[in-house]
Design a protein around this ligand. Structure first.
Ligand SMILES: Nc1nc2c(c(=O)[nH]1)N=C([C@H](O)[C@H](O)COP(=O)(O)OP(=O)(O)OP(=O)(O)O)CN2
Ligand SMILES: [Zn+2]
Length: 146
């Protein structure tokens, strides 16, 4: 069985060498969907009876580990020196330095890497992170798969 939960956040970015307007500083209302697989828990008196994992717990983990970190931050590529210098000159600015250019593909991959070990198989139901889908716009998204 697979379950998916979705969260949304706002962030700024740019793609430094982009051929068109994405090289400009701009922002998106991103959405992230977390898909887990596992067996349905069958423990009569457990809160999670009938679930793969409680959606609220799936969401809380993604929020703490990724969404709260990226929300209202500027995501900057570590080698985008001009912008990094500028952001570092701003007192208390929320900046997240990315090891890769912050495209939808790289953000999905990074979120997958962060979340991979966050979902624990506490019920022995083979819980596993299957997919992170990152929407840059409602029409454009990238999937990072296990
Ligand atoms: N494969 C990718 N292509 C592009 C990415 C990306 O992450 N992966 N990113 C961009 C820019 O970030 C750009 O901001 C995309 O937004 P926008 O230009 O608004 O895209 P659309 O107009 O096509 O969005 P719609 O939802 O279709 O209006 C560019 N390419
Ligand atoms: Zn963009």
């Amino acid at each position: 069985m697979q379950i998916t939960t979705r969260l949304e956040f706002d962030a700024g970015h740019r793609i430094p060498s982009h051929k068109s307007q994405c090289k400009n500083l701009h922002g998106h209302r991103y959405a992230i969907e977390i898909t887990l697989s596992g067996d349905i828990i069958t423990l009569e008196n457990a809160s999670e009876n009938g679930m793969v994992m409680d959606f609220s717990d799936v969401k809380a983990i993604a929020k703490r580990a990724v969404v709260d970190v990226w929300d209202h931050a500027f995501l900057v590529y570590q080698h985008d020196a001009e912008i990094l210098d500028f952001l570092n000159s701003l007192p208390d600015h929320k900046t997240v330095v990315f090891p890769t250019v912050p495209t939808a593909e790289n953000m999905a991959a990074e979120a997958f890497k962060i979340l991979k070990n966050q979902y624990q198989d506490t019920y022995g139901n083979h819980l596993k992170l299957e997919k992170v889908r990152l929407y840059e716009t409602p029409n454009n998204w990238a999937d990072a798969l296990s």
